[in-house]
Design a protein around this ligand. Structure first.
Ligand SMILES: Cc1ncc(COP(=O)(O)O)c(C=O)c1O
Length: 381
């Protein structure tokens, strides 16, 4: 009689699991969620929560939804977004929006070209819908000939801009060229712009460019990376009129509405952002980045993303050290960072020498992380 065969043990470790392990850490610079202190004006909004609750209870959901969209998209320069058209769908989080997009794509599409590297839950969600993924190297994607992105042929391009973890941004001209190439081939262009709020260079009006191209497009926008609202957030799933994918149908399989209270909170934080809050946030992130870089200058590390202004920073280990080994040693002393291997979802070895540090944290947390990294690296050299 034949014995049952033991299924091979799969390595299911992903970045989110590592981030979960950091939730009770002394120094958590692991996940990219917004955990910095509230600014004084944000503090005043939170102080008025009871009034926001009353407002949320007193208006209709469609009214609150459109008000939140209006405040958020305009604050980030997206003036031609289809506010009020029904083609902006509010989701609990951008991962939920992504799951809906993946399932909708799988209706008619098999192959997706996906930016490489990027946050690993994007390939995981797309693969979960049985889509075949082709890695698109970030430099080629952001600066090369768009025609090359379709060799081998793909029916959809998925681009994270600004990218996580590199902070690289798709410029207006390149977006126009890629969108035109998609329109020529009837391919779908999906952009994840969850980190848009950190970078003015990503705040040109994408919807004008995309509408002009005539391509089929989907955008995922996110309030969750920006403001320290204890994960009271939303992902917005936006799509073109000509999309020909069952997005609205699949949305209704999963979602009815997000919390009205979250919508009024988003509206208030977005209005605060437009009235100077965005600059304050940018200054804070820039200061945290400078502190981290300064604290590590004497060590054999470099910062490859010189132009990045997003809320994460990559560190390259120039000595012969493995990112995972350093991450493990740091965890032993209570400092949680991410190793970058999993961001390189098609070839983890490419990211083996890199760490990612979250910067949307109180200054003291970033300084504690820098000092932990400094002593651990010194002990490993
Ligand atoms: C680019 C990008 N998109 C989407 C997500 C998912 O965000 P959430 O956990 O809020 O669903 C992440 C998470 O870090 C991300 O980096």
């Amino acid at each position: 009689m034949s014995q049952p065969v033991q299924a091979p043990q799969l390595d299911r470790t992903n970045l989110t699991r590592m981030e979960m392990g950091a939730l009770d850490a002394v120094v958590n610079v692991s996940d990219g969620h917004a955990r910095q202190d509230l600014s004084p004006s944000q503090g005043r909004i939170i102080h008025g929560l009871a009034e926001l609750f009353r407002r949320a209870a007193g208006l209709t959901y469609p009214e609150l939804d459109v008000r939140a969209h209006d405040a958020f998209f305009h604050a980030l320069g997206q003036h031609a977004s289809p506010i009020g058209s029904g083609r902006i769908l509010s989701c609990y989080a951008s991962s939920v929006a992504m799951e809906i997009v993946a399932r909708a794509l799988a209706d008619t599409i098999r192959s997706v070209g996906l930016i490489h590297p990027t946050f690993d839950n994007i390939p995981d969600i797309l693969r979960g819908s049985r889509l075949d993924l082709v890695p698109l190297d970030e430099p080629k994607l952001l600066g090369g000939d768009p025609a090359e992105l379709f060799v081998p042929p793909v029916e959809c391009l998925f681009i994270t801009t600004p990218n996580n973890p590199t902070g690289a941004v798709l410029a207006r001209r390149q977006l126009a060229d890629i969108a035109a190439a998609c329109a020529d081939r009837d391919a779908v262009l999906v952009l994840d712009s969850s980190f848009r709020g950190f970078d003015r260079r990503a705040q040109y009006d994408h919807y004008t460019v995309l509408d002009r191209s005539g391509c089929r497009f989907v955008l995922i926008e996110d309030t969750g990376k920006l403001w320290p609202t204890l994960d009271l957030k939303a992902g917005f799933l936006v799509y073109s009129r000509n999309i020909r994918l069952p997005i609205a149908e699949i949305y209704s399989d999963i979602m009815l509405n997000v919390s009205p209270l979250i919508l009024v909170l988003i509206e208030s934080f977005a209005r605060d952002a437009a009235a100077g809050g965005l600059e304050t946030l940018h200054d804070d992130i820039a200061c945290n980045r400078a502190q981290l870089r300064d604290a590590l200058t004497a060590l054999p590390v470099t910062f490859p993303d010189r132009d990045s202004v997003v809320s994460v920073e990559r560190i390259r280990l120039d000595a012969d050290l493995d990112g995972r080994a350093v991450t493990d040693r740091l965890r032993d002393v209570g400092v949680h960072v991410l190793p970058c291997g999993p961001f390189h979802w098609a070839d983890q070895a490419e990211g083996a020498r890199f760490l990612r540090i979250a910067l949307a944290r109180p200054r003291a947390t970033v300084n504690a992380a820098a000092s932990g990294i400094s002593s651990v690296l010194t002990s490993m050299l």
